[in-house]
Ligand binder design. Sequence first.
Ligand SMILES: NC(=O)c1ccc[n+]([C@@H]2O[C@H](COP(=O)([O-])OP(=O)(O)OC[C@H]3O[C@@H](n4cnc5c(N)ncnc54)[C@H](OP(=O)(O)O)[C@@H]3O)[C@@H](O)[C@H]2O)c1
Length: 334
Amino acid sequence: MRSLQITDKQEQALQIVDADMPEMPANSVLVKLKAAALNRRDYWISIGKYPGIRPGVILGSDGCGIVEKANSEQGQAFVGKEVIINPNINWGNDPKVQSADYTILGMPVNGTFAEYIAVPVDRIHEKPSHLSVEEAAALPLAGLTAYRALFTHGQVDADKKVFISGAGGGVAQYAFLFSRAVGATTYISSGQAEKVEKFASIGAAKAYNYKDDGWIKQAAKDSGGIDVVIDSAGGDQLNDFLKVLNPAGKIVFYGATTGLPSKIDLYRMFWSQATLQGSTMGNDQEFEAMIEFVKKHRIKPIVEPSIAFDQAHTAFEMLADNKQFGKVVLKMDE
Ligand SMILES: NC(=O)c1ccc[n+]([C@@H]2O[C@H](COP(=O)([O-])OP(=O)(O)OC[C@H]3O[C@@H](n4cnc5c(N)ncnc54)[C@H](OP(=O)(O)O)[C@@H]3O)[C@@H](O)[C@H]2O)c1
């Protein structure tokens, strides 16, 4: 079967490789993938910037496909159905934090950028019927990360004023869509004018370009203070967020794309009872809750037109140049 693997080739580590069909451990299902979505994680791995990279592993944490085979009664019920895959492996028993054995599909175990994948039956969920296979493939990792950051940590509801930074990002778009769905007043920033305009047109209370001087002052003035910031960029901008945060406000962050802050204003933080809260992925109960939420609110992920699997390199280039608006999805041939 065709698969996209990280190899030890110096020039071009990402290669489409003919791989053996996956073996099926006990209580697993064989999924014929129809679509698979990229995450920034896949890009970090492709450029060697991720811990524990092993050559010969099939990348990809997100996928949607049809169950072709099962080796248990539980799995038989899914045969012929379209499913999405929970990318969590071994979250463990503590809902608050993942176990030491926790990993994510697509490194170190083989992932979804292939024609087939075998996964334990408890990893699959029926595709929400209002989503296309491309939209459904774009949901799992980013939807889960946004759900935990926004609701478990951010406690966002209709009474909150929320700020989503870099809303054009894969996770951030869900944070925006989910926040809007519960009726929170939702402000966003983005680095590209078209994205700023787009978010303003789909329900952002106000949208700012984080490359413009003075945007943070304007945001403070417009909002009168923010209760929850959701961020993945990190860097010195964290101090700007502290300036717009209401007393007892919270910054929830799940990434640090632009690196570490050179300093952090602890004086302001302790005086205003502010919280800086890290967040990673989400547990299996949050995954199920996220799917139910998406169904209830009929959330439609924002996806780029899909890219043929054989053109996967183009998809990685889009992430490298940050050209995408919404999730980048690879489509397998029918
Ligand atoms: N902890 C976890 O569980 C977890 C899960 C998923 C992702 N992550 C991490 O979170 C980050 C985002 O992941 P993703 O998959 O959503 O990536 P992505 O789709 O590539 O999005 C990254 C976004 O970052 C935004 N950005 C870039 N520079 C920025 C800045 N200076 N200020 C504000 N925003 C900025 C951009 O938004 P605009 O396009 O709007 O400018 C860009 O679209 C990555 O670092 C990733 O590794 C962590």
